[in-house]
Design a protein around this ligand. Structure first.
Ligand code: FES
Length: 422
């Protein structure tokens, strides 16, 4: 089971469904919940299947909880400051035993809510009203959130994403460029793979005067056609307020989504993306003494090196995995073994692989997407990463294996194109 490998250096106390949990100040709340083995964290909105943090990068729904009366907080993106009250949402019972899970057993093939009892006089209305009560995510906040004023900032270049590529791009841009990143601190996966290198990149990125905003999520990227000046508008939500950035050019360095591998019960808490498992380890949290690891790549190899001597890692091919085992969290894995199946006890299942590009923002701004059966989805970019007028992609988002070099090249190109000085 998960546990801290060293005690927190700067401990704070948070509360999860009334239980006291110790967190390291500044670490994401989800990390603290995992370290305290508080899985599951959430329930799926329809079938009430147990959910746990999977990606730890704001890309799944496994860590959603109510925090201090605010529903649907991604606890993997909310730093622990001490005193937070975290509550499980949408359960009838407890997060571990939710009576509404009956939906999962009663409808093993899923619920087609468009057709279920639809049009049957009297029944349809009752079913709809019941579904409205039990489905969905969260309930209204405890208090009405007062509107906060958004500010507008005109910038030459906005970089979205603070991983290796985004930081390297910012390092090539002069004062006035801004980078936003939704993580609790910049560095992205680089922070997990090579923490020292990530620190160097952060210091280099801000060395020329570039500004860096963590905990800030770009939620929209678009043009205002009637303004006709080609500038891109980005709405970014920070911890306290929103900013509308209006930029002459935008570099999107949003990386790739956590990989998903198809096997039975792959949504059980205790299944983690490889990048998430490595980030936890760097944060002093071990997932257990025995891990199953599917897939290979730089993150997966770094994870194996990091946990060597602490955990046994069973390397698996995707085709050999049948299903995860466990009621509310992973306790084992079933594998194909010749013509038979065999069960292994594991504390966690770690899923590796390239994932798909996190291209939603780029597409909002007009980038186009291609698909081929071998490499999956990819953004249509020229050799320098141009995705459209004033819009650039860089790093793993556009398929680069060398995000730092890719980010630097993009930064230089944008600097020259906008004539922003040497
Ligand atoms: S969104 Fe938080 S773990 Fe995936």
């Amino acid at each position: 089971m998960p546990a801290r490998v060293k005690p927190p250096e700067n401990p704070v106390e948070i509360h999860h469904d009334g239980a006291r949990v110790v967190a390291e100040r500044g670490e994401p709340l989800a990390h603290a919940l995992i370290a305290a083995d508080r899985l599951p964290v959430a329930r799926s909105p329809k079938l009430h299947r147990p959910r746990g943090p999977y990606c730890l990068r704001g890309g799944c729904d496994g860590c959603l909880a109510r925090v201090d009366g605010e529903p649907n907080v991604m606890t993997c993106l909310r730093p622990a400051r001490g005193g937070e009250k975290i509550e499980t949402q949408n359960v009838l019972g407890t997060r571990g035993v939710d009576a509404l899970r009956a939906a999962d057993f009663l409808f093993p093939r899923g619920i087609d809510h468009h057709r279920l009892f639809a049009g049957i006089r009297g029944v349809s209305g009752i079913v709809q009203s019941f579904a409205r009560r039990v489905a969905g995510l969260g309930t209204l906040p405890d208090a009405t959130l007062l509107p906060t004023s958004a500010t507008r900032r005109d910038v030459d270049v906005l970089v979205i994403g603070g991983g290796a590529a985004g930081l390297a791009a910012l390092a090539e841009l002069p004062e006035g460029a801004v980078l936003v990143d939704d993580g609790t601190s910049p560095g992205g996966r680089q922070r997990a793979i090579a923490p020292e290198r990530a620190r160097e990149l952060v210091s280099k990125a801000t060395g020329r005067g570039g500004e860096l905003y963590a905990e800030t999520t770009a939620i929209a990227l678009y043009r205002e056609p009637e303004q006709g000046d080609g500038r891109l508008h980005a709405v970014a939500l920070g911890p306290a307020s929103a900013t509308l950035f209006v930029a002459r050019a935008v570099i999107v360095a949003s990386g790739r989504h956590a990989p998903v591998v198809a096997f039975g019960e792959n949504d059980l808490p205790g299944v983690y993306a490889a990048g998430a498992a490595l980030a936890l380890w760097r944060g002093g949290i071990a997932l257990g003494a025995r891990l199953a690891l599917i897939g290979e790549g730089a993150v997966e190899e770094a994870l194996c090196r990091a946990v060597a001597g602490h955990a046994e890692v069973i390397r698996l091919r995707e085709v050999d995995v049948v299903r995860a085992v466990g009621r509310a969290k992973v306790t084992g894995i079933v594998l194909r073994d010749g013509g038979r199946e065999r069960r292994e006890r594991v504390d966690a299942i770690v899923v590796g692989g390239p994932g798909s590009p996190a291209m939603e923002l780029a597409v909002q701004a007009g980038a186009t997407v291609e698909f081929d059966a071998l490499s999956g989805y990819r953004l249509h970019a020229d050799e320098d990463g141009r995705l459209g007028p004033a819009l650039f992609g860089t790093g793993s988002l556009v398929g680069s294996d060398t995000p730092t070099a890719s980010g630097a090249v993009t930064g230089v190109r944008v600097r020259r194109e906008l004539a922003l000085g040497p």
